[in-house]
Each structure stands twice: as structure tokens, then as C-alpha cells.
Design a protein around this ligand. Structure first.
Ligand code: HEC
Length: 163
């Protein structure tokens, strides 16, 4: 090996080590939002989407918006999907209180109770999606399903969400 190529190798491996050190220290500093902020923002985004997909059903049930089969199925399936994500959306670090979050500290004080409500919502959202897929119109069955799921939202918000 020539002296030149030995030098080149030494320089190259030095540069590699330096860039690895730079990467490591950058990731140790973890730039960007904190894990708590990410958890709260993700949870709020999930609920915002659930709210946006669900609102339409209330309008249709009250006769303020026209029924649409494809729309109904799509929205109900998305609510069920989003409800499935919620068990991961209340880690301890996300108990930050207002003004960043309206999730009440009771959620973490009564975790077993709260988890029951979440599990029920998840199951009810699945039943809701099945019912909505079967009902082909703003029928009594459709309206009852909307009212039932709406009770879950209200029941949980009354106890666990700040106004
Ligand atoms: C098991 C409890 C629970 C259920 C069920 C529930 N929610 Fe919530 N919801 C919460 C909590 C807690 C918050 C506050 C989250 C935060 O601010 O960190 C919230 C927040 C929201 C928000 C505000 C999002 C924001 O940050 O702007 C909307 C909209 C919402 N929920 C809609 C709904 C709808 C619609 C349903 C029913 C289809 C529902 N929720 C069911 C607990 C629940």
C-alpha cells in the first residue's frame, strides 16, 4: 500500500468516527418537541379526527344533512380505527393538565375505571361501524346507533375532560 493511500484511509476513518460522534451527540440531545408534548398532541389529534368524523352522523340523524351510504361507512370505519388507538394515548407522561391538555388528572388516579370506559368505547365503536354498514339510510337503527355512541363521548367527557 502506498503512503498516499494509507494516509487517505486514516483520514477517511477519522472522518467517519467524527461523523458518528456528531450523530450520537445530536440524538442524545433529542431535538424537537418533548415526548410529553408529542403524546398530548397525538391524543388531541385523534380526538379531533373522531369528532370531525362523528359530527356528520349527528346532522344526518337530525335530518340536517342528507344520508350517504359510502360516507357513512367510511366515517364509521375511521372512528372505529381511531378508537383502537386510544389505549396508547394516555401514557403517564401525558398527564400535563391545562392549558396544554383538557385530560383531567382523575384519568391517572382512577386508571382502572378510565380504562374500562376506553375499552367500552372501543367495543361500541366497532359495533357502531357494523350497524352503520348494515343500515342503508337514516333509519331508526342508524339514529339509535348514533345516540348510543354519543352517550360514550358525553359520559367520558363529563368525568374526565375539562370544559
Ligand atoms: C374514554 C374517554 C373518552 C371518550 C369515550 C371520548 N372522549 Fe373525547 N376526549 C376525552 C379526553 C380525556 C379529551 C381531552 C384530551 C386532551 O385535551 O388531552 C377529549 C377530547 C376530545 C375533543 C377535543 C380535541 C381537542 O384537543 O381539540 C373532541 C373533539 C372529542 N374529544 C370528541 C369525542 C367524540 C366525538 C367522542 C365520541 C364519538 C369522544 N370524544 C369520546 C375523552 C374521551
Amino acid at each position: 500500500m502506498s503512503l498516499y493511500s494509507m494516509r487517505a484511509r486514516a483520514l477517511l476513518s477519522g472522518a467517519l468516527v467524527a461523523s458518528c460522534v456528531a450523530l450520537t451527540s445530536a440524538s442524545a440531545q433529542a431535538p424537537g418537541p418533548s415526548p410529553a408534548k408529542i403524546a398530548v398532541e397525538s391524543r388531541r389529534a385523534e380526538f379531533t379526527l373522531i369528532g370531525n368524523f362523528f359530527r356528520w352522523f349527528g346532522g344526518v340523524a337530525r335530518g340536517n344533512a342528507p344520508y350517504d351510504e359510502a360516507e357513512a361507512k367510511k366515517r364509521a370505519a375511521r372512528i372505529a380505527f381511531l378508537a383502537d388507538l386510544l389505549d396508547e394515548s394516555f401514557p403517564d407522561i401525558s398527564n400535563v393538565g391545562e392549558p396544554d391538555s383538557k385530560a383531567k388528572p382523575e384519568i391517572w388516579k382512577e386508571k382502572a375505571e378510565f380504562d374500562k370506559k376506553l375499552a367500552k368505547f372501543k367495543e361500541d365503536a366497532r359495533v357502531f361501524a357494523d350497524t352503520i354498514a348494515k343500515e342503508k339510510g337514516a333509519t331508526e337503527g342508524f339514529k339509535t346507533a348514533v345516540a348510543n355512541l354519543g352517550q360514550d363521548c358525553k359520559g367520558c367527557h363529563d368525568s374526565y375532560k375539562a370544559k
